[in-house]
Design a protein around this ligand. Structure first.
Ligand code: NIG
Ligand code: FE
Length: 410
């Protein structure tokens, strides 16, 4: 007797084991008239629909003319923060650039002020509501960064919220320490000292099990390549895996740095050089692309996903959900932007939000694919085929979502 049996599946999407690089990203296994059964939180059986008729299950779900996929993985979010920044819309409309708003003490720094002032309980409650929305949109595993504290207690507060959410919510969260996210006003002109302070937090974060990854915002007016290298080295020396916000606005060479340091991912990459893209193809670093951010910042030029995939890189997609540069937690919208703005094919897009996204956060062995014995992280989509989701944009097509075999949304 299985716990759940989804039968009559119109299309069952089975991404291959990854990480998928280059041409492998262009393949996607699509099976019709299939069924899938869960037991004890795991996928227990996958097979043709005719065989499913004789199986017994406590719950039978009819997926006629619908699509079933692995739960989505969102490998780059700034989940926990205080306040909101709707007042910046007018500045954006007036043409004030993102980095200038930051230089004026707004942007990330205004969220830092709000996050420092917020209680841990309130941050937790707010992030918990966001998680519920993420699950409703098909996300079952996500990464969550700190980076709105920029001082010991406020950074640890954000990380404790992520840890508690991972323990208490049904979703799986992967925690990233992004202490070097901006230069706080009290350290202006004293960036090295601030970076030293963030590096000094690493042992405590490691001992308390508060993060698995570290990240740094490598950008003009924020952290340099040299500072990023120093931070990544210090992180790796303590056993952290690394990530980097790289080449988002200016081509500083963060992509090349990420590959040379063996980073798990390099994120943004809108301004990545040809050289950087070649390095990605040779290395193990996953390129996490965030077209929602490019869209929200009102840019015309998107990350060159075509060149990355065609030259052999492993590409993943993420929302970058945050209160300033991308205010959406709907990966389905990101899938449409990837199709329309970066010319990614539906097959590449599905691989990017499942298997490759899981690899970008060190979860390739447990998330992003469906096979017997894996976690039953599954989405039933109210669409006739997998190409429909990037096509019909800005809607929520998720009809039901299971995490570890438990329904988290319907
Ligand atoms: O990934 N680029 C830096 N960090 C975030 C934005 C954070 C914010 O604006 O609050 C990003 O876009
Ligand atoms: Fe980000």
């Amino acid at each position: 007797m299985y716990d759940t049996l989804i039968e009559n599946i119109g299309q069952l999407i089975l991404p291959a084991e990854g990480p998928l690089k280059g041409d492998a990203m262009k393949q996607l296994e699509v099976k019709e008239n299939m069924a899938i059964a869960f037991e004890d939180g795991k996928v227990a059986w996958i097979g043709p629909n005719e065989e499913a008729r004789k199986l017994k299950a406590n719950e039978r779900v009819d997926a006629m003319e619908k699509t079933v996929t692995p739960g989505l993985v969102d490998p780059h979010t700034h989940l926990v923060f205080g306040g909101s920044r709707e007042n910046e819309l007018a500045l954006k409309q007036a043409g004030v650039p993102y980095l200038e708003i930051l230089q004026q003490g707004g942007g990330i720094l205004s969220t830092v002020e709000a996050t420092r002032a917020e209680s841990e309980t309130h941050l937790y409650e707010k992030a918990k509501q966001t998680l519920e929305q993420m699950a409703a949109h098909g996300v079952t595993t996500l990464e969550a960064k700190s980076g709105y504290g920029l001082e010991r207690e406020a950074e640890l507060k954000q990380l404790r919220v992520v840890k508690r959410l991972n323990e208490e919510s049904l979703l799986d969260l992967v925690s990233t320490f992004l202490g070097p996210h901006a230069i706080p006003p009290e350290y202006k002109g004293n960036e090295e000292a601030f970076l030293d302070d963030m590096i000094r937090l690493l042992p405590e974060i490691s001992e308390e099990g508060l993060a698995e990854f570290t990240d740094i915002f490598c950008e003009t007016g924020v952290f340099t390549i040299e500072q990023s290298r120093r931070f990544m080295k210090a992180s790796q020396a303590l056993g952290f895996q690394t990530k980097i916000h790289a080449d988002e606005i200016d081509p500083l060479g963060g992509t090349e740095l990420a590959v040379s340091m063996g980073a798990a991912s390099a994120d943004h990459l809108v301004a990545a050089s040809d050289e950087g893209i070649d390095r990605l193809a040779e290395g193990d670093t996953v390129a996490v692309l965030l077209p929602g951010t490019t869209f929200y910042l009102g840019k015309d030029y998107y990350a060159n996903a075509r060149k990355m995939i065609d030259s052999g890189a492993a590409v993943a997609l993420a929302t970058d959900f945050n209160p300033g540069s991308c205010v959406t937690y709907n990966p389905q919208m990101i899938m449409s932007l990837a199709a329309l703005k970066m010319k990614m094919t539906p097959e590449e897009i599905w691989n990017s939000v499942t298997v490759n996204a899981a690899h970008a956060i060190g979860r390739g062995d447990v998330a992003g694919c469906l096979s017997v014995g894996r976690k039953a992280d599954v989405v039933l989509w109210d669409v006739p085929n997998y190409k429909y989701i990037p096509y019909h944009y800005a809607a929520n097509h998720a009809k039901a979502v299971w995490k570890n075999g438990r329904k988290v949304w319907e």
